[in-house]
Write a protein of this length. Structure first.
Length: 196
């Protein structure tokens, strides 16, 4: 039996629903918002590559190593993708990753709420011991966003992967542990309600 099971997670600013081919066209529009696939240090699908990326993520779900979501904004429009990935059921660990959002919804409450929903489900429903986040060492926007969540830097995996452009990726690895979750949860709840 695969772990974790597909689930829908709903918040005020965002909802996470199981990824489906029904989301292909709106996700193509979302990736065009900022031409995200052109960023050299990320792996965001191009509009033309969206069907293949959905196929890839759904195949990994069938293999038990990923649980992919479509990210919806408050109006219910698909604006990105995220996943539980590198699923380790035996050690009750997941990584939250393969995440991207349309430029128009970045740097607002949507990402914070998505992470709040995913972390709550991981720690409170799945009884995870730890949740990881990984990003390119040079992706400073992503690293700052992960750090704003309260995740701790575990270290840098040097020359960890070969990127599509042939460069070597140093991967920054962060995590939040189950013992830290109550404090992180209070921090994220405050981030979502504090005056802006």
């Amino acid at each position: 039996m695969p772990w974790p099971d597909p689930v829908t997670l709903r918040g005020r600013h965002a909802s996470l629903v199981p990824l489906s081919h029904e989301h292909t066209e709106p996700l193509r529009a979302a990736t065009r918002d900022g031409e995200l696939w052109k960023l050299w240090y990320t792996f965001v699908p191009s509009p033309e590559g969206m069907t293949a990326e959905i196929d890839r993520r759904l195949a990994l779900q069938a293999a038990g190593s990923m649980l992919p979501f479509t990210v919806l904004d408050a109006a219910g429009t698909p604006v990105g993708m995220t996943t539980y990935m590198n699923i380790d059921a035996a050690n009750r660990r997941v990584e939250i990753g393969s995440t991207w959002y349309a430029t128009s919804v970045q740097r607002g409450p949507l990402n914070t709420e998505c992470k709040r929903l995913l972390l709550a489900h991981a720690f409170e429903a799945l009884s995870c011991i730890a949740v990881e986040f990984r990003t390119h060492r040079l992706n400073t926007q992503s690293r700052r966003a992960i750090e704003r969540l309260g995740a701790q830097l575990d270290g840098i995996l040097r020359a960890h992967q070969v990127s599509p452009n042939g460069t070597l990726r140093d991967t920054a690895v962060y995590s939040i542990t189950a013992a830290e979750w109550p404090t992180i949860r209070a921090h994220l709840d405050w981030q979502l309600v504090k005056p802006r």
